[in-house]
Design a protein around this ligand. Structure first.
Ligand SMILES: Nc1ncnc2c1ncn2[C@@H]1O[C@H](COP(=O)(O)OP(=O)(O)O)[C@@H](O)[C@H]1O
Ligand SMILES: [Mg+2]
Length: 260
C-alpha cells in the first residue's frame, strides 16, 4: 500500500498519517513513514522522543549526503543517475511502533525549474519508495501532488485528503482531488476531521456530495489527541480508545479491506 495524506495546513494530516503508520506497524506490516512537509513534525506523532526528533537532518538539507550522491568533477554539474536504497537504511529513524521514518525537507514543485541536487535526490528517493519497495508507505505531505513528480504520484494507490468543515479546507480538498485524479491515483478519498457537531458533519457531507468527492470517514473532535501532543506520545499509544483515534483505526481497517 502506498498512501499519501494531503490537505490544507492544520487540518490534521500529521495526526492521520502518523496514526495510520503506527497502526499498520502494530498490525505487523513493514512500514515507511515519509515526512514530506516543509515544516516536518511527523516524528512526534509517531512517538519518537523530541530530543531524538530534533536530531533528524532532513534529506534535502543533508549536504554531505547530497554531495556524495550527486557531485561530479565538474562544478555546477550533477550526476543524474544514482541509487538511493542505502539512504533508507542509513537515514531512517525507527519509532517505538517500529515505523521507519524518513524526513525529506523542502521539495520544490516539478514546474519550478529547479534541477538542483536536493530535488533530484528527494524525487529519486520518493520514486524508489513508491515503485521499487514492497512496504506500506505513508507520506505526510503538503497540499498537492506536484512536488512528487508525475511518474511517482501515479504509483500512489491511495490519496487521503484531510479537510475540516472550513470552506477553505474543503475548496483545497476539491482542488487536490482533481490533481490526484489527473495524476492517475486510483483511490482518492476525503476524510473529514475535527468534527464537533451535526452542523459541521453536514457541511462536510454536503460539500463532498455536491462536488463528487468520495467521503471515506469523519473523525470527531477529540481533546485527548491534543493531550497526547502535549505529553509527547503517539496518539495511538496515549489514547487508543478515544473516539478520534478509533476513527483513524477504522480508516486503516477499511484501507486493508479495500486492498484484499
Ligand atoms: N480530531 C481532532 N481533534 C482535536 N484536535 C485535533 C484533531 N485532529 C488534529 N488536531 C489538532 O490540530 C492540530 C493540527 O493537526 P496536524 O495533524 O498537525 O495538522 P497538519 O499536519 O495538517 O498541519 C494539532 O494540534 C492536532 O493535535
Ligand atoms: Mg503536519
Amino acid at each position: 500500500m502506498k498512501i499519501a495524506v494531503s490537505g490544507k495546513g492544520g487540518v490534521g494530516k500529521t495526526l492521520v498519517s502518523g496514526t495510520l503508520a503506527s497502526y499498520f506497524a502494530k498490525k505487523g506490516f513493514k512500514v515507511m513513514a515519509i515526512d514530506a512537509d516543509p515544516s516536518p513534525n511527523l516524528a512526534l506523532t509517531l512517538g519518537i522522543p523530541v530530543e531524538e526528533a530534533n536530531r533528524i537532518v532532513p534529506i534535502s538539507e543533508n549536504s554531505e549526503l547530497l554531495d556524495a550522491k550527486t557531485r561530479t568533477d565538474y562544478p555546477g554539474v550533477y550526476k543524474l543517475s544514482f541509487t538511493v536504497d542505502d539512504i533508507v537504511e542509513e537515514n531512517g529513524m525507527e519509532s517505538p511502533y517500529g515505523v521507519n521514518l524518513l524526513v525529506m525537507g523542502t521539495v520544490k514543485s516539478a514546474g519550478s525549474g529547479c534541477a538542483c541536487a536536493p530535488n533530484a535526490v528527494v524525487r529519486e528517493l520518493l520514486r524508489h519508495l513508491m515503485v521499487e519497495r514492497n512496504e506500506v508507505v505513508v507520506v505526510d505531505m503538503e497540499a498537492g501532488v506536484e512536488h512528487m513528480g508525475r511518474g511517482t504520484a501515479s504509483h500512489v494507490d491511495t490519496m487521503i485528503i484531510v479537510a475540516d468543515s472550513s470552506r477553505k479546507s474543503l475548496e483545497i480538498a476539491k482542488k487536490i482531488n482533481g490533481m490526484a485524479n489527473e495524476a492517475g491515483i486510483k483511490n482518492v478519498f476525503v476524510v473529514g476531521n475535527r468534527v464537533r457537531d451535526s452542523e459541521e458533519k453536514e457541511l462536510i457531507t454536503n460539500f463532498t456530495e455536491k462536488n463528487g468527492l468520495q467521503l471515506l470517514a469523519l473523525i470527531p473532535y477529540d481533546d485527548t489527541v491534543i493531550k497526547a501532543d502535549r505529553v509527547g506520545e503517539a496518539p495511538l499509544k496515549y489514547a487508543e480508545t478515544s473516539e478520534g483515534v478509533k476513527a483513524i483505526q477504522g480508516i486503516a481497517e477499511r484501507l486493508l479491506q479495500n486492498k484484499n
